[in-house]
Design a protein around this ligand. Structure first.
Ligand code: C2E
Ligand code: CA
Ligand code: CA
Length: 493
């Protein structure tokens, strides 16, 4: 209204100026008529413009809201919206509810095969199937690239499990990508909410732990269990510590002697990794090597250990060799053999003083790459040892196809020596085979004289075990070689 009055006065002012300029006096009724028409035209235009602006603003706000709360691909609520809806549901009800987290299996591989567009097609179909599985009141969302979350208010564990299983079945049905049909597996982690004061983030974290467990154990659905959580926390701490330990060179090679069973003289040392953990003390490799492998740090760690071991071994007497354990992953790497030879030359350890230990699992993992690495190393003078023989899955044909220099019989067979006919029969067969192939045999895990004698009688050339010595730090090697550790058992070569 004020605006209209202002415009009226402005119009009147304008008219007075016009009168002055033109020099004509307008009559009062025409002036008023003129003012009225101008006012009506002007205010109508303003009203129309304002309405248009309001409609535009509402549409823009709606769009911004949709973008911030919906997944643009599947049109399902996104993580943010899921969090706000579940959080509201948690506040408004004391009833139990189940949170389900569904993860698609091998999604990254699917991306590699079909590309982003193909994956998008698959996700749209899967998203719509998951939405169809939900009943009214359930909250369904896509909360990650390959993750969907559901909140089922009022659902007890039994119902949640039933829904989870039917979700997996539904998702598994083939999706159409272009002209192809592809089946995508899924796993579900389930957690219960309602009792206690957990936030949505905490609930999702628990469901995530359960999902990882489902994936690792190849069970389609898995419930969260607090013990699982403790394990995950412990493990993530260990991962953090391990990264720091590798960065700080806190994992060092220790050396266990291998002796000639006839003379009881040391012929070589096997490098065994030991981690000086600030809280847990000396940690053995079975604890940290699988984690280093999973974290993709095994090559870095092994490179450090191998470099250290070669430098140490270069200071030992000429006739003492170094045995080093290489992981199956390393043997699958095309540059592996060349890297080993480079480190040997950098550290000054001659190739003929190195024994590369390889387990049967490397042969199963990537036979061709392993064969190539073995050939390159052998051609340079490195001896190849097959470790833990009898515990893996490789066939005897591998012994025939690949040239090894030495075979180590696993400690579990040595323990059984003379105790069971089966293990004696097995060992006799292996010893016979090795003799025929002209392979040196080392018996592992010798803990007493009886085992050392029995292994020798069966035909083992060398022995390794606590009877002779445990693995010792580099600084104690010279004492072992001097015969002062552990006294009588070992003679100096
Ligand atoms: P392995 O190559 O079979 O090494 C022998 C294992 O048997 C060592 O365990 C050693 O301490 C243990 N041992 C030796 N003598 C006896 C005995 O008389 N009785 C018993 N019960 N055990 C004995 P450790 O040091 O815990 O190593 C476990 C495995 O970890 C090794 O088995 C090897 O496969 C792997 N490993 C160790 N160091 C490295 C490394 O630097 N790189 C890689 N890739 N693997 C390593
Ligand atoms: Ca070994
Ligand atoms: Ca072994």
């Amino acid at each position: 209204m004020v605006f209209l009055m202002y415009m009226g006065i402005a119009n009147w002012g304008g008219l007075l100026i016009l009168q002055k300029v033109v020099g004509t006096q307008f009559e009062t009724p025409s002036f008023l008529y003129f003012c009225g028409v101008a006012l009506v035209v002007f205010s109508t235009r303003r009203i129309v413009d304002q309405r248009r602006e309001r409609i535009k603003r509402v549409a823009a706000e709606r769009h911004a809201y949709a973008v911030s709360t919906r997944d643009p691909l599947t049109q399902l609520p996104n993580r943010r919206q899921f969090q706000s809806e579940v959080s509201a549901a948690l506040k408004s009800s004391n009833n139990i509810m189940s949170i389900l987290l569904l993860g698609l299996d091998h999604f990254r591989k699917l991306n590699e095969v079909y590309g982003h567009l193909g994956c998008d097609e698959a996700l749209v179909q899967i998203g719509s199937r998951i939405r169809d599985c939900a009943k009214s009141g359930d909250i369904v969302a896509r909360i990650g690239d390959d993750e969907f979350a559901l909140c089922l208010p009022g659902a007890d564990p039994e119902t949640a499990h039933r829904v989870a299983c039917s979700l997996v079945e539904t998702v598994k049905k083939p999706v159409q990508i272009g002209i192809e049909h592809h089946s995508i597996g899924a796993s579900v982690g389930i957690t219960q909410a309602g009792r206690g004061h957990m936030t949505v983030d905490e609930l999702l974290r628990c469901a995530h732990v359960a999902l990882s467990r489902a994936r690792n154990t190849h069970t389609e659905c898995c419930f969260f269990d607090p013990k699982m959580d403790a394990h995950v926390r412990e493990r993530s701490l260990l991962e953090k510590d391990l990264r720091a330990a590798i960065g700080g060179y806190d994992i060092r090679p220790y050396y266990q002697p291998i002796v000639d069973l006839k003379t009881r003289r040391i012929v070589s040392f096997e490098s065994l990794a030991r981690w000086h953990h600030p809280m847990n003390g000396l940690v053995t490799p079975d604890t940290f090597l699988p984690i280093a492998e999973e974290l993709g740090l095994i090559n870095v760690l092994s490179g450090q250990l191998f470099g250290d071991a070669c430098r140490d071994a270069a200071t030992w007497p000429e006739y003492i060799s170094l045995s080093f354990n290489f992981s199956p992953t390393q043997f699958s790497d095309r540059n592996f053999a060349q890297d080993v030879l480079t480190i040997l030359s950098d550290t000054g350890l001659p190739a003929h003083r190195l024994e590369a230990e390889i387990t049967e699992s490397a042969l199963v993992a990537d036979f061709e790459a392993t064969r190539h690495a073995i050939q390159t190393l052998r051609n340079s003078g490195v001896r190849i040892v097959i470790d833990d023989f009898g515990t893996g899955y490789s066939g005897l044909s591998h012994l025939y196809e690949l040239r090894f220099d030495k075979l180590k019989i696993d400690k579990r067979f040595i323990k059984e020596l003379g105790k069971s006919t089966e293990s004696d029969v097995f060992l006799r067969a292996i010893f016979g085979l090795c003799k025929g192939l002209d392979l040196c045999i080392t018996a592992e895990g010798i803990e007493n004289d009886a085992q050392a004698d029995a292994a020798f009688r069966h035909g083992a050339h060398q022995g390794q075990g606590f009877l002779f010595s445990e693995a010792v730090p580099a600084s104690a090697v010279s004492q072992l070689l001097a015969g002062s550790l552990p006294a009588q058992r070992i003679a100096v070569a």
